[in-house]
Ligand binder design. Sequence first.
Ligand code: ADP
Ligand code: NI
Length: 215
Amino acid sequence: MNTILSSTISFVKETLANAEAGHDWFHIERVYKSAIEINKTEKGNGLVVQLAALLHDIADSKFNNGDEEIGPNKASDFLKSINVDVETINHVKLIIQNMSFKNSFDSVSFNSKELQIVQDADRLDAIGAIGIARAFTYGGFKNRVLYDPEIKPVTEHSKESYKNTSAPTINHFYEKLLLLKDMMNTETGKALALGRHEFMETFLDQFYAEWEGKR
Ligand code: ADP
Ligand code: NI
């Protein structure tokens, strides 16, 4: 393997050694693999796709007092330290700055095929069986209830739903996870999202049936 990639993998593994389970090295590894898979058909710049996938969650603003610049800066400082060319560094930095779900509420300032591929790979990891597991892990980390029939989800993709920090984890499916299949950028990503989406629908059907003591 290319030494740029192997150094980046070591850096990311070390940096995320104590990350919570939804945003740990294994999340990065899954996104990295999905991004490579999507790129086989979408054919973006392979180095940019792989570096952006590896570095996209190097410092999540949620765990850094909302500072959105720590992650992109940390990624670009690292890439400079291993002498990656300026054009690649700038592209990777722009992808990290612009690909988060939260940023999709703001006007998009940068887009590229490589951003679309890595964003699709990241979104795929938020849906399906893994997405379900990650949502409940995150909910547990925040001490949220699984479900509360009295607390209705905000079904729109809104900034308000994001700020509601006490909503049951099931609500997150309606506020984000079930919306992702229609937000995929690439044809390859869309095709992969369909099966994962159906799996979540099946999960929710079963969940409500069990909640009522049925099935
Ligand atoms: P982004 O990639 O835009 O930073 P997040 O960090 O919000 O997105 O999401 C990362 C993971 O954490 C996803 O799997 C997501 O489903 C989960 N997550 C985020 N917010 C919640 C929530 N309110 N309840 C349950 N899971 C959540
Ligand atoms: Ni991610």
